[in-house]
Design a protein around this ligand. Structure first.
Ligand code: BGC
Length: 759
């Protein structure tokens, strides 16, 4: 603990310390006025500033100050652009400075386990590496302004259904490989000032009372130096929370729970040291704030709006384009749908921003664009007249652009979707328009994938541009992309399955009212679809462009602790554009079961026509590792892997084989029921085993058929599944003989610097 903090603690009363560990009101941490520590203000987050002056609430019900709504996480993650996320974070940090907000409640980085989660629109990805990279850049940006960030919701909070009580039940491996790495990366790279613990339980224990998560993993392993605040109302038992590593209960006022803490310390129920630790950690952060705060910041709404437009452009994903896009200046174009006039650009709940202005695509449309409503934006109904008008307008135009999407009520904090469909009337409208107009373009405004039945129609649609929930600048961004003033360069941060029933957790989302069993384990998103080689509508990492890119000269170079990989990319088309080079690592010899490939790197390259740039990646032990539950550690087994340099998870452009040699020994206690498989896979133990295994001599007189019926290879395969004790009977030996064999095997296993697989 820092001297200054110790000194302050020594001057504080028990009451003051207890009060510091609970909100003063809805949006303030109390501070200690008597000692010159001012209260701190927190505000949502994550994709804009929701600062409320009066009538505080955490559901986005009451109005907040006019601010700038940036694209939501579902969109901005598709930018695959660390620098852009940093810039967005920096801008939000400046806005906080100008508004006197000390901590911004974001980013929201939970993993998208099912497309149904009502809050997916705020979250980044189904992939923890991408989510972690985006989050770390955002936090660095915010905190570069002397304002704290608060990544949320830590952890395993991937559904809204019964979010305050449901238990996310999963293996340690699943937790470590999928649900924690985005938080881990953010802590290691960006050291956020605070962390918001989630509402849910993890394997039965409330996260707000989970000492393994809050203390062992977050602090001891990752080195987190900030404080943990509860989500709004996530405290189930404050004393248990404090003991487990929760520091701040939100929101306030917390008069009753503060008194309970005081009483608990006085009666000896709560150790004074636990309270000092919590108060000390909060003080430490409050001091940071006053040390570096910049007082002259201004909230320049128009400047920040321009950045919101830019982020929306960089994040939009061109899902399909046969030929209709970009639109040509002289074309007669039909804009159909209410979202052309009034876009859907953000989701509901605590992230809801009071936008100071909202751009609509129609505001920027040239004169030869005609608009009709198509369907109602308020109740998602469609009259025959609306439908006919849309069909007629489409027929009379060169191109029809349908602005479709999910209505507000479909995507909101606090509840999940019950299906994965667009409103039925929109699906009917798209199919009907596409049947009369071959140049039909669909622009999507939504926060999560939907089923797209019209993609299977023989007429089909010509192009699909997904804007996700693109923030208040989405209209101008859409206009520029449609007309080729900007080149689409977003890539999907999540897979788009064909149907809800295809999703990995379909049968377990949730399992029961109180439990969500994460039975699919680490096979989330593309890890599942790719491992099962399932068809999907659009794969993870997918996104088209108005130009083309060529990959060449992939290279691999060893480093002291891994590999350096590079590949050259050339823009071979006619317009400037950006390519997101994705690196997937595929373990070829996998034991235990591992996803067929995983994202381990990406670089976004902006290229002029004809220009070539090199994308570089670094792979270390962690890139090759899985989380081994027996070792309780990351383990990268020796063996053959493949490095895939790709345009998407299903569009691999170059593949390089690589061998990884582990420096770790995987401990194993060998006993009479240990199966032979792992011992036969390690050269040292295999040699011993071979010498004890019976080698039946074939009868020379037996027929060819008899020999073919059970080959040596078949015998070998059978042995793999047999326990060691089978050797005893096969050799007609004593218990002592088997014990000696086991001792020799154990010595050979332990003595192997690496349990090298046989080559
Ligand atoms: C949400 C948080 C949010 C908080 C304050 C909660 O309901 O889960 O993400 O920061 O409210 O508005």
């Amino acid at each position: 603990m820092k001297e200054k903090v110790k000194q302050l603690l020594s001057q504080m009363t028990l009451q003051e310390k207890a009060a510091l560990c609970g909100g003063a009101d809805f949006w303030h941490i109390p501070g200690v006025e008597r000692l010159g520590i001012a209260p701190a203000m927190v505000a949502d987050g994550p994709h804009g500033l929701r600062k409320q002056n009066q009538q505080a609430d955490h559901l986005g019900v009451n109005e907040s100050i006019p601010a700038v709504c940036f694209p939501a996480g579902c969109a901005s993650a598709c930018s695959f652009d660390r620098q852009l996320m940093h810039q967005m974070g920096q801008t939000l940090g400046q806005e906080c400075q100008a508004e006197g907000v000390d901590i911004l409640l974001g980013p929201a980085i939970n993993i998208k386990r099912s497309p149904l989660c009502g809050r997916n629109f705020e979250y980044y990805s189904e992939d923890p590496y991408l989510a972690g990279q985006m989050s770390a850049s955002y936090v660095q940006g915010v905190q570069s302004q002397g304002v704290g960030a608060c990544p949320k919701h830590f952890a395993a909070n991937s559904q809204e259904y019964r979010r305050m009580t449901s238990s996310s039940d999963m293996s340690q491996r699943t937790l470590r490989e999928i649900y924690l790495p985005a938080f881990e990366q953010t802590v290691r790279d960006a050291q956020p000032w605070s962390m918001m613990c989630s509402y849910n339980r993890l394997n039965g224990t409330f996260v707000a009372e989970h000492s393994q998560l809050l203390q062992e993993i977050l602090r001891e392993e990752w080195g987190f130096e900030g404080f943990v605040m509860s989500d709004w109302g996530a405290v189930n038992d404050k004393l248990e929370g404090l003991k487990a590593g929760l520091e701040l209960e939100m929101p306030g006022p917390c008069k009753a729970s503060t008194q309970a803490v005081v009483d608990a310390v006085q009666s000896g129920k709560l150790d004074q040291a636990v309270l000092d630790r919590a108060a000390g950690r909060i003080l430490d952060v409050l001091l940071r704030r006053t040390e570096i705060a910049e007082k002259s910041a201004e909230f320049d709404h128009e400047k920040d709006h321009a950045l919101a437009v830019e982020v929306a452009i960089q994040s939009a994903v061109l899902l399909k384009n046969s030929s209709a896009l970009p639109l040509k200046p002289g074309q007669k174009v039909a804009y159909i749908g209410p979202y052309a006039k009034k876009p859907r650009f953000q989701g509901g709940g605590s992230s809801h921003i009071h936008s100071h202005r909202v751009d609509a695509a129609l505001d920027y449309a040239p004169e030869n664009v005609c608009w009709c409503e198509g369907f109602s934006g308020t109740d998602d109904s469609m009259t025959d007249q609306q439908m006919n008008e849309a069909i007629e307008l489409a027929r009379a135009s060169d191109v029809a652009v349908i602005f479709a999407g999910m209505p507000d009520s479909f995507e909101c904090e606090g509840y999940d979707r019950s299906h994965m469909r667009l409103p039925d009337c929109q699906n009917r409208l798209i199919a009907a328009v596409a049947s009369v107009q071959p140049n039909t373009v669909v622009v999507l405004h939504l926060g999560s994938p939907v089923e797209t039945p019209w993609m299977d129609d023989p007429a089909g649609v010509n192009a699909v541009l997904c804007m996700y929930l693109g923030g208040q600048g989405v209209g101008l961004a859409t206009h520029r992309l449609l007309y080729g003033e900007a080149c689409p360069s977003g890539r999907l941060a999540e897979s788009w399955p064909l149907r809800l029933e295809d999703t990995p957790c379909y049968l377990n989302y949730p399992t029961s009212e109180e439990h969500s069993v994460y039975a699919e384990g680490v096979f989330v998103g593309y890890r599942y679809y790719d491992s099962k080689r399932m068809p999907v509508r659009w794969p993870f990492g997918h996104g088209e462009s108005y130009t083309q890119f060529d990959y060449s000269d992939p290279e691999l170079e060893p480093t002291s602790d891994g590999w350096k990989v590079s590949v050259k990319v050339t823009n071979t088309g006619a317009c400037a554009g950006a390519e997101v080079v994705q690196l997937y690592l595929a373990p070829i010899e996998f034991e235990p079961t591992r996803p067929v490939q995983e994202l381990k790197g990406f670089e976004k390259l902006h290229l002029e026509p004809g220009q070539t740039k090199t994308a570089c990646f670094v792979l270390d032990k962690r890139s090759f590792a899985y989380y081994d539950e027996e070792m309780q550690d990351w383990y990268a087994p020796s063996g053959r892997y493949e490095i895939r340099l790709a345009h998407s998870s299903r569009d691999i452009r170059c593949a390089l084989p690589v061998d990884w040699v582990s420096k770790q020994t995987k401990p194993m206690v060998i006993h009479r029921n240990t199966p032979m498989a792992p011992l036969l896979a390690c050269s040292a133990t295999a040699q011993l085993l071979q010498s004890w295994m019976p080698h039946p001599v074939r009868d020379e007189n037996s027929s060819k058929e008899a020999a073919a019926a059970i080959t040596d290879e078949m015998i070998h395969q059978m042995m793999l599944n047999q326990p060691l004790r089978a050797l005893q009977a096969q050799n007609d030996q004593t218990d002592q003989w088997l014990a000696d064999c086991i001792a020799q095997l154990q010595a050979a296993w332990d003595g192997t610097a690496d349990n090298q697989p046989l080559q």
